[in-house]
Design a protein around this ligand. Structure first.
Ligand SMILES: Cc1cc2nc3c(=O)[nH]c(=O)nc-3n(C[C@H](O)[C@H](O)[C@H](O)COP(=O)(O)OP(=O)(O)OC[C@H]3O[C@@H](n4cnc5c(N)ncnc54)[C@H](O)[C@@H]3O)c2cc1C
Length: 508
């Protein structure tokens, strides 16, 4: 009898399997880039996916996760690197789900037509050198490294490949991708720092200021000359004025040098004569090996090389910052004929350009993740005839950033509100410890992080409501985009300058 029931079960399952409606089939979500954006998105998808509807493939070119937000500390603190890095094979355990698989590989091509991506997977082969190389009649073993291209199919693709930075903030984009090599390169940089009598940081943004703050703290009393240079009129130019003042005062009070309105070039280099120079001038997008090919190549911003996304976080060829005129001069609907939205390819994190053009940091990732999760859920579960309800990006996203200036002082920026003091350093340390604890699969910290996420959302919500609009930390103050009139005026000014330039050239 039981065998009979089992048989009915198998046949029934087979028939049901065959007839399984499209909207009930498991969907494969491929997420490329397993840093803050990729990991947060995976966590959120798992939380929402109660019916185990998704298979998630998380891909990264690196072997490890690195808590990048404070990593220049490892240049002066021996133990820091090991505390803030984690191999993905270990990190995967923190998802506690067999529906998540991690794969190491570098994205080299995205195809929207075949819904596949190509990744280069590093391979290592141990070969005997017999018949290839013999030294004094002896042969031996050797490891050769090469990469193999793999094709991967997706139902939904989310590109979270971030930016690449110069050393020491991040290893070179095309360099070695294992944890040991990264540690060795930081040790080399540390040795250079120890030897140098003078060090200059070029770039006065948050990364440069934080790096100098860490160096000043770690190299205190060693008699080194330390300086920071920016071509902008002040440090932290995109942040409120008060933040710049705190940073500058702190650096000067510690005996450091601040050079503003100064472009770093050979002349300046010779004049100031710093022995060691670090470039912290911001980020780069992958320029050389562009994985956005074919029609997707038109979805890249010509200057920043970020990926355009629309209000649903879907990749598009329309620049989200430009006012789109729907009709051309012949009255044809331009949007229909020229615009293209890749509705199963999303992008998240530093790599994408949204209509808010927000400063890149962790908080926007939280907001945009919710949009992507909601849209993937609604698109994958849609039933024929049902209207899809898609979620759009919010109007404003709060700015929340902490810049430690060593271990005794730091700057907290919350929209237009600025606070200095040691408590900010402690706050960032706590965030780092909680994040690493959660990724190390600590259940207690996982619980604390969930409470933290809820209270953080509540806090941001509270400071977005109208009655609190007068406060400097109110959300409206985070708006970064200029209004259309301002943009028009800037465009006009650029045109004027260009015509003056042409005139001068003609006269020459
Ligand atoms: C020094 C420093 C301090 C910071 N401090 C703060 C702070 O206090 N608060 C804050 O909110 N933000 C801070 N930030 C910004 C924050 O770190 C970034 O916004 C965040 O890292 C963005 O995450 P992401 O996942 O989009 O990209 P990333 O962190 O850049 O990660 C991208 C991932 O994609 C992988 N990848 C890249 N290309 C490929 C490819 N072709 N194939 C496969 N994988 C690929 C990379 O290996 C990497 O793991 C700081 C940044 C720096 C550099």
């Amino acid at each position: 009898m039981s065998e009979y029931l089992q048989y009915i079960g198998i046949v029934g399952k087979y028939i049901l399997g065959k007839r399984e409606p499209n909207h009930l089939k498991k969907k494969k979500i491929v997420i490329v880039g397993a840093s803050f954006a990729g990991i947060h998105l995976t966590q959120k998808l798992l939380q929402q996916d109660k019916e185990e509807f998704f298979e998630i493939l998380l891909i990264d070119k690196n072997e490890y996760f690195e808590f990048m937000c404070t990593n220049t500390k490892s240049l002066v603190d021996e133990t820091y690197f090991d505390r803030t890095t984690l191999k993905f094979t270990k990190l995967r355990e923190s998802f506690r789900s067999s529906n998540v698989i991690f794969k190491r590989g570098k994205l080299v091509r995205v195809s929207d037509k075949s819904q596949t991506i190509d990744i280069e997977v590093p391979q290592e082969q141990n070969i005997s050198t017999q018949n290839i190389l013999e030294v004094n009649g002896k042969s031996g073993q050797a490891n050769i490294n090469y990469s193999k291209v793999q094709h991967i199919q997706y139902d939904f693709l989310v590109i979270c490949t971030g930016f690449s930075y110069s050393q020491p903030i991040r290893g070179p984009y095309d360099g070695k991708t294992d944890l040991l090599s990264r540690k060795e390169s930081l040790t080399n940089t540390k040795e250079q720092i120890d030897k140098a009598k003078s060090i200059l940081i070029v770039g006065g943004g948050p990364n440069g200021v934080e790096m100098l703050g860490n160096l000043m703290q770690g190299l205190q009393g060693k008699g080194k000359k330390l300086g920071i240079m920016t071509r902008a009129p002040r440090l932290l130019q995109t942040m409120p004025q008060q933040a710049s003042k705190i940073a500058e005062d702190h650096i000067k009070s510690q005996g450091g040098f601040v050079y503003v309105n100064t472009e770093y070039n050979e002349e300046i280099r010779a004049e100031l004569n710093y022995e060691l120079v670090f470039e912290c001038t911001g980020y780069n997008f992958d320029h050389t090996k562009n994985y956005m090919q074919g029609e997707l190549a038109y979805c890249l911003d010509s200057q920043t090389r970020q990926i355009y996304v629309n209000e649903y976080m879907m990749v598009t060829n329309l620049n989200p910052l430009e006012e789109q005129s729907t009709f051309d001069q012949n009255g044809n609907d331009k949007q229909r004929t020229q615009s293209k939205v890749f509705n199963n390819i999303f992008s998240l994190g530093d790599v994408c350009l949204t209509r808010l053009n927000e400063e890149k940091s962790i908080v926007p990732i939280y907001y945009y993740t919710d949009v992507i999760v909601a849209n993937i859920m609604s698109m994958s579960k849609k039933q024929d005839g049902n209207q899809q309800k898609l979620k759009t990006v919010p109007e404003v996203i709060p700015r929340f950033y902490v810049i430690p200036l060593g271990s005794e002082n730091g700057i907290l920026i919350w929209n237009d509100f600025v606070l200095s003091g040691k408590q900010n350093v402690l706050l960032k340390n706590m965030i780092e410890k909680l994040t690493m604890g959660q990724l190390n699969n600590s259940r207690i910290i996982d619980g604390i992080m969930k409470v933290k996420d809820i209270s953080q959302s509540a806090m941001f919500w509270l400071f977005s409501i109208r009655p609190l609009q007068c406060l400097p930390c109110h959300e409206r103050r985070a708006k970064r985009r200029s209004n259309p009139e301002e943009r028009k005026a800037i465009k006009q000014k650029i045109k004027e300058l260009e015509s003056i330039q042409t005139q001068i050239k003609k006269n020459l």
